[in-house]
Design a protein around this ligand. Sequence first.
Ligand SMILES: *[C@@H]1O[C@H](CO)[C@@H](O)[C@H](O)[C@H]1NC(C)=O
Ligand SMILES: *[C@@H]1O[C@H](CO)[C@@H](O)[C@H](O)[C@H]1NC(C)=O
Ligand SMILES: *[C@@H]1O[C@H](CO)[C@@H](O)[C@H](O)[C@H]1NC(C)=O
Ligand SMILES: *[C@@H]1O[C@H](CO)[C@@H](O)[C@H](O)[C@H]1NC(C)=O
Length: 142
Amino acid sequence: MKVTMTILCALALSACEAKNFTKCELVEALREQWFPEEDMRDWVCLVEFESSMRTDVIGPPNSNGSRDHGLFQINDRYWCNDSDIPGKDCNVTCAELRTEDITVASVCAEKIFQRHGFTAWHGWTRHCDGQPLPDISDCYSN
Ligand SMILES: *[C@@H]1O[C@H](CO)[C@@H](O)[C@H](O)[C@H]1NC(C)=O
Ligand SMILES: *[C@@H]1O[C@H](CO)[C@@H](O)[C@H](O)[C@H]1NC(C)=O
Ligand SMILES: *[C@@H]1O[C@H](CO)[C@@H](O)[C@H](O)[C@H]1NC(C)=O
Ligand SMILES: *[C@@H]1O[C@H](CO)[C@@H](O)[C@H](O)[C@H]1NC(C)=O
């Protein structure tokens, strides 16, 4: 499946730029990355509120003119360069954070998490911290 998608994406990039995850598809995708199982419900909650589980979202401009990119709504002031040249702390372009393949975005999110924890994300502090988290018991690992 993954190989097929890669070939399809190489042939028709535009068809593969965006993905809207369902909750269990998201859990499966996060499990393939570095995300630990004990924090999984927090990440699902964070992603639900930050991007509605859509990979291609560019947030509205923040008050200081910066924008947030992709599934994890990563800020271009610090973390990604909003041009063709990779840069800033994640050394990536912001477009790389908005692709259907979430590998690059996940590595960048890990970097942010290691530095600041979940509190780096307002969506998490406002909607997830100390609040009921999504039920993922119906998302089986395979
Ligand atoms: C994802 O959802 C948004 C909003 O509901 C919709 O506009 C968009 O077409 C969807 N994209 C894909 C790739 O399904
Ligand atoms: C810009 O605004 C965003 C969102 O409010 C915030 O996360 C970020 O720290 C701000 N950056 C600067 C340099 O003020
Ligand atoms: C971001 O891209 C611009 C080109 O548009 C380049 O001049 C700049 O050096 C890059 N910034 C970083 C931090 O890499
Ligand atoms: C940033 O990534 C580019 C490749 O995309 C690489 O050539 C460069 O060495 C990296 N820079 C840093 C500071 O890691």
